[in-house]
Design a protein around this ligand. Structure first.
Ligand SMILES: Nc1ncnc2c1ncn2[C@@H]1O[C@H](COP(=O)(O)OP(=O)(O)OP(=O)(O)O)[C@@H](O)[C@H]1O
Ligand SMILES: [Mg+2]
Length: 246
């Protein structure tokens, strides 16, 4: 579904992504891990077409079509959806109206839109927050659940989630995990999920994990094994391992 070919991306005048090859197939969930500042968020932003992330070389293919030159709006229309690491605060915009506007844009009739919103807000326990301004006075975990809900209701084919689990407590981690799993069980979906702790890996079935170090994918493999190795030895072990392989 997604194929990145030797992707090099510049952000703020600095090369952040330094030649990434990555493939994610339909039905798969890829975990993306790596230390702070390694370029994880930049990679997802480049995939979705954030103008600040300039593709210097390489290509992005989505469902066999090259999308490297397309705008963010065009990519979203094709079926890419990004849940932000730091969702913005929107004073004066209620979560409910924002969600309904997204569903309306998808072309759903009002009663169906309300049903979808009810379903997702129940799944992610968002009912009490629907009539608050988006992300204003939300706790860290509430903001993450709200962002996930808004991303899922866009119904993207490729779901890009930037640390949906950071700052989320144990019970809510399970909720987030089951919402993502349920979504991925639908036909023709795939996801890339950035995580730091890997705790989310207990609640979703990942197909592969990748470690990004200084803008390069240095290791890919079995998610369970990689998450437990990283939890035990940290990313320093990835640095040493890479050095040893050179
Ligand atoms: N808007 C920006 N302008 C310039 N440089 C930026 C900008 N945003 C991020 N960077 C830099 O790009 C590099 C990669 O940042 P990025 O946010 O992709 O890292 P990350 O792997 O997502 O880190 P974290 O785990 O902290 O979220 C860092 O060196 C960061 O300082
Ligand atoms: Mg980030």
């Amino acid at each position: 579904m997604l194929y990145l070919k030797s992707l090099v991306v510049e952000l703020g005048g600095k090369t952040v992504i330094k030649g990434v090859d990555l493939q994610v197939n339909r039905g798969e969930l890829a975990l993306l891990m790596g230390p702070n500042g390694s370029g994880k968020s930049t990679l997802l932003h480049a995939i979705v077409g954030d103008k600040r992330c300039r593709v210097v070389s390489g290509s992005i293919f989505f469902e066999e079509r090259e999308i490297t030159g397309l705008t963010m709006e065009e990519r979203v229309r094709l079926g890419l959806g990004l849940g932000f690491q730091f969702p913005p605060r929107l004073k004066g915009v209620r979560l409910r109206s924002l969600a309904l506007r997204i569903l309306e844009k998808r072309g759903l009739p009002v009663d169906e839109a309300e049903k979808v919103l009810e379903d997702y807000s129940r799944l992610l326990r968002m009912e009490s927050l629907l009539d608050k301004d988006f992300n204003v006075g939300f706790s860290g975990g509430e903001a993450k659940r709200a962002e996930l809900m808004l991303t899922l209701i866009q119904n993207p084919r490729l779901l890009l989630l930037d640390e949906p689990d950071s700052g989320v407590d144990v019970e809510n981690l399970a909720l987030i995990g089951s919402a993502i799993s349920r979504y991925l069980s639908l036909n023709g979906k795939a996801a890339i999920l950035i995580t730091h702790t890997g705790y989310i890996a207990k609640h979703v079935k990942a197909s592969e994990a990748h470690v990004l170090l200084d803008g390069r994918i240095v290791c890919s493999g079995d998610p369970g094994e990689m998450v437990s190795n990283i939890m035990e030895h940290g990313f320093e072990a990835c640095v040493d391992c890479r050095r040893a392989r050179r």
